[in-house]
Write a protein that binds this ligand. Sequence first.
Ligand SMILES: CC(C)(COP(=O)(O)OP(=O)(O)OC[C@H]1O[C@@H](n2cnc3c(N)ncnc32)[C@H](O)[C@@H]1OP(=O)(O)O)[C@@H](O)C(=O)NCCC(=O)NCCS
Length: 442
Amino acid sequence: MTKALDGVRILDFTHVQSGPTCTQLLAWFGADVIKVERPGEGDATRKQLVDVPGADSLYFTMLNHNKRSITIDTKAAKGKEILERLVKTCDVLVENFAPGALDRMGFSWQRIQELNPRMIMASVKGFGPGKYEDCKVYENVAQCAGGSASTTGFRDGLPLVTGAQIGDSGTGLHLALGIVAALLQRERTGRGQKVLAPMQDGVLNLCRVKLRDQQRLEKGPLKEYSQFGEGVPFGDAVPRAGNDSGGGQPGRILKCKGWETDPNAYTYFITQAAVWEDVCDVIGAPEWKTDPNFATPAMRLPRLNEIFARVEAWTMTKTKFEVMDICNPHDIPVGPILSMKELAEDEGLRATGTIVEVDHPKRGKYLSVGCPIKMSDSPVEVTRSPLLGEHTDEILSTVLGYSADELAAIKASGCTEPAPKKDKSAAAGAAPAAGVNLFRNT
Ligand SMILES: CC(C)(COP(=O)(O)OP(=O)(O)OC[C@H]1O[C@@H](n2cnc3c(N)ncnc32)[C@H](O)[C@@H]1OP(=O)(O)O)[C@@H](O)C(=O)NCCC(=O)NCCS
């Protein structure tokens, strides 16, 4: 069966999490993803958070499925030549190096266009054009700079980062969408283009509702925030709202049976207006249905603490799954707080391929998150991540067309193998090409 991106070849020059998330998705959609890595070292995550000595870490394997790996020293002359050939052969170059790294290597956007005008060059950077554009950025920096941390946590506590990797994986998703759109546009124009997904911008996009609230705040208090009912005045910036729902339907995380010993015995409970009467019946508060203090959503907003205390008195008598079973028939939106252990064992997620077991020659079987996007005409088969340089010869000969003699010359140059330690002064790179910043809004 064909796949959505069959025939698309990706030069995957990514590392760590943000870029690899993007190219892994493209690989699952059927693209041929060729991961270019530094000989002997590869993506740094191969050796980070190692749990099986001698094997690639889960950090690496879970972000690099369905790819091929070629090792090239792209700063060596012969390595640059190979990279040039890859640029000419591929449809998309994806990279998330520190700002300027590709220019220093001699592969500016201008140079890439000269080599292949159809090339789509897609980058993740920490920040877009502006005073921080040269900064290196990791996940939590992006969460802080993109507005997530200032709006996550409790009002009287520290800003919090979230376990969902919205800066890295979130930006990888944004980039993947940009790439697919650019591929579609190229069908009409024949031209490639540059695609940039800054992590700060991606996080802010995911925090869009908080910028909404910032503007609402200028017009008055945010009545759906618990602090409104508690009589706590608002400042001039959107506060942290704990577990308050971000939308127009009030919600909270509430204790369930067993919460004293199980850190995840909780449910999210939403008192959606449309099913308010059912909520009253389910929790044993039918009198609220006719009580003028609780009759409308507006009347309920200042009383959220009282309402959720009553709901919680009920949820504490049930397990989080019983809450789900009882509320679902009434269309009351609730969600159990599922632990990673519970998710790993979830039969439904395994049946749909969202949790998959993958076999790896050096580490044996491990669990991974498969493709979370399901397409009826583009099935996904998750295959293991490549060993470092596993496909170097295969790519040089079958993708790039090097002859046996040329292959021997490449090997002899040493650019596909770890370099012997050399004098640093001899390794000074080319001067950065003068760059034109396409994404500055001036
Ligand atoms: C993530 C990040 C902080 C890591 O920084 P780092 O480990 O210092 O790595 P860098 O990106 O600076 O690149 C390392 C160097 O390796 C070089 N390199 C990479 N692959 C190479 C190869 N195959 N052959 C030779 N050199 C190679 C790069 O050219 C660069 O060299 P330079 O600094 O001399 O120009 C940084 O890459 C970054 O800010 N990326 C953009 C934002 C991002 O994606 N962050 C999230 C990561 S999950």
